[in-house]
Design a protein around this ligand. Structure first.
Ligand code: SAH
Ligand code: SF4
Ligand code: F3S
Length: 472
């Protein structure tokens, strides 16, 4: 067990800077009431989306309004991702484009935060080649954002704050959520798994779990505020509480959230197969509010590659888990992440991955071509297969998955299911089933945020069509 300083309230530290920033902008506008505007762009996973909601919360307390147009903003911040090279290239491209704005409006402050800048070589590159970026801070100092922003606004120097992990959890950071009925709730941070291809443990630090009481309190508040779906977040939710001695593991936490009175759906991500236990599936089978969907990344179907990836399970163990889940939670749907072209992967290994895809019948798949990350063990492994060949495998896999998804959708025609109405399109609504499949229904936009009983009437290639039978 390692020591973790938890529950350090961020509020009192940052409060003074929040009011100082208000004063700073009031002085700049000569006391006029027009609020400064912030533009925030988020890359990467839900953890980043959730962090951005906290950045927005802090900015709102500082008196900022928000704009979709970077040209109109006084403050521009990109919350970045490092998981694949492509993600980073996009950020660099988009940051480069901000140079013109800075030239035209020198008062605009440009900031970068998140996983990408937590890497030393990236921070160095920004220091050298992107002089118009005035503030850069890493993943471990999100709670100090008001102080760092104040420094950047008032000193003539650029501010770079990228300390190593300190293993702390900071509670009570303000939050402004993007959705009115769907909410993200972080239950843990960091990752200890060190899959050999992955940068996340290097940029997010060691695994640490929030106190269950704080999580339950936040979940209760969300339900009271009318949220209809709560997604619990962590890089590996199944190892929740392993290091802290809070006396609660993930299945127990799930059960406690399920016990909160109200009509809402619980989702969670991501699960790691090596830590997904039978106890977890038994718990889900008893919990009526937990979605009948499980995101369980298997990454590769070859035992040789799984070992090289340091994943800690075999294809047989993975398939056994799926089988057990289907036995105790009838109708449960699975989605997964897959990497194609890990160093040393052969055609034979790849076919074993296809074997799992055919055998399990995933609702959908997130498929990635392996991308070497600096500082990870896999980036030093021999990688003889060409990019062209990997791309051909990738397309082959996508085609097979499309056929599987289409046939799974066709099987749903005629069934009646509950769904949360999420969006209004042009003349239709989009609702999401507990199984994480989207169905298009007729209805007017006032129904967004409601739960409905829907009859599935048709399956098209990417989408189901249905009819609302009843609103809940
Ligand atoms: N913690 C989660 C998700 C981590 S990142 C998990 O363990 O499942 C999301 C996905 O990105 C991973 O599941 C993996 O499929 C993919 N990924 C991570 N690093 C990658 C890399 N270097 N190249 C290609 N895909 C990668
Ligand atoms: Fe990366 Fe593996 Fe951790 Fe997921 S479990 S974040 S893939 S190291
Ligand atoms: Fe990207 Fe960081 Fe998430 S690297 S995938 S934003 S944890």
């Amino acid at each position: 067990m390692h020591t973790i300083k938890t529950d350090k309230p961020a509020k009192q530290d940052s409060g003074q800077f929040i009011s100082k920033i208000r004063d700073f902008y009031a002085a700049r506008t000569g006391g006029e009431l027009s609020s400064p505007l912030a533009h925030i762009r988020t890359y990467g996973c839900q953890q980043n989306v959730s962090d951005s909601e906290h950045i927005k919360g802090m900015l709102a307390e500082m008196g900022f309004g928000f704009t979709q147009e970077p040209e109109n903003a006084d403050f521009i911040i990109f919350n970045t991702c490092a998981v694949r090279e492509h993600a980073q290239d996009r950020v660099f491209g988009n940051v480069g484009a901000l140079k013109n704005i800075k030239n035209r409006k020198p008062h605009t402050l440009i900031a970068l935060c998140g996983c990408m800048v937590q890497q030393e070589h990236v921070a160095e590159k920004i220091k050298k080649s992107y002089p118009f970026v005035g503030l850069v801070f890493g993943t471990h100092v999100l709670h100090r954002f008001p102080e760092l922003l104040y420094d950047a606004l008032t000193s003539s120097k650029r501010v770079f704050e990228i300390p190593d992990e300190d293993g702390t959890i900071h509670e009570d950071i303000p939050v402004q959520r993007d959705g009115r009925f769907k909410a993200w709730l972080s239950i843990m941070y960091g990752c200890n798994n060190f899959c050999t291809y992955c940068i996340v443990p290097h940029v997010r630090g060691r695994e640490r779990s929030r106190n269950p009481e704080r999580i339950l309190e936040e979940a209760r508040e969300l339900v009271q505020e009318g949220y209809k779906e709560i997604t619990l977040l962590g890089q590996n939710v199944n190892s929740y509480g392993k290091h802290e001695g809070h006396g609660m593991d993930f299945p127990e936490l799930l059960q406690k959230i399920n016990d909160i009175p109200g009509d809402f759906l619980i989702r969670f991500m991501t699960s790691h197969p090596k830590d997904a236990t039978k106890k977890l599936f038994d718990t889900i089978s008893r919990c009526d509010k937990v979605a009948r969907h499980f995101h369980l990344p298997f990454q590769s179907g070859s035992n040789r590659i799984l070992k090289a990836m340091n994943r800690g399970y075999t294809r047989e163990q993975y398939l056994e888990l799926i089988e057990y889940a289907r036995k105790v939670v009838p109708g449960i749907s699975f989605t997964s992440d897959v990497i194609v072209g890990f160093p040393g992967e052969t055609r034979e290994d790849f076919e074993q991955t296809l074997g799992i895809i055919r055998r399990v019948g995933f609702t959908s798949l997130f498929t990635f071509i392996y991308s070497p990350r600096k500082g990870t063990p896999a980036s030093k492994m021999p990688d003889p297969v060409s990019r062209e060949e990997k791309t051909a495998w990738f397309h082959e896999m996508t085609r097979i998955q499309e056929e599987i998804a289409a046939s799974r959708s066709a099987d749903m025609v005629g069934t009646t299911v509950k769904a949360l109405i999420e969006n209004a399109g042009k003349g239709f609504l989009e609702a999401r089933l507990s199984e994480n499949i989207v169905v298009r229904v007729d209805g007017d936009s006032s129904l967004v945020g409601r739960i409905a009983v829907v009859e599935i009437t048709q399956a098209r290639s990417w989408i189901l069509i249905g009819k609302i039978k009843e609103l809940i």
